[in-house]
Ligand binder design. Sequence first.
Ligand SMILES: [Zn+2]
Length: 207
Amino acid sequence: MDWGVIVAAVCRAMEGACRHVMIVDPKTETLSGVRFIYSPHCDDRPPDMAITLVVIHNISLPPGEFGGPAIEQLFLGQLDPTAHPYFETIAALKVSAHLLIRRDGGMVQYVPFTRRAWHAGESHFGDRTRCNDFSIGIELEGTDTASYTTVQYEQLANVLVALKQRYPSLRDVRGHCAIAPGRKTDPGPAFDWGRLANHLPSGLSLA
Ligand SMILES: [Zn+2]
């Protein structure tokens, strides 16, 4: 057999095996291969603050509509308040998340993981407040009641593996509803925590 044919076959096999392996680039603290656009809605974490928590959110703009540019515009501070009646109420908000996972599994990162994104708002986890200080915020494009897509669960699991590998201090994954009860409901009853549990990297806890 031709040596080149063997090499080509091995390369194809390796690519198949590695297709879903995701890593956080230690130089940029962003997911490699994922589109990155810097949100101005972030700042530094407090000094020596370990990242211990991942917060799962949902977002859709306008509410219940998927696929448009408005989420990104909101995170970049560029949402046009006149484009939709709902946008008037939120256009001035200075919010962001580290990562957005779209319905089709496409991802965009807006803040390096080591910086503080503004996603949790007034919140507490155990006896700690200000969860933005020590957490990573991941937005799933969705609503509280619409089933999330299979590829969103797959991507979320892949991302959690990469995050745990890069930030071993990570211990817990919670919904926004759990750290801001009474104020927030996302990711809502549509989010299947059992499904995530099946793919959770060791060392991370959902409860
Ligand atoms: Zn949220």
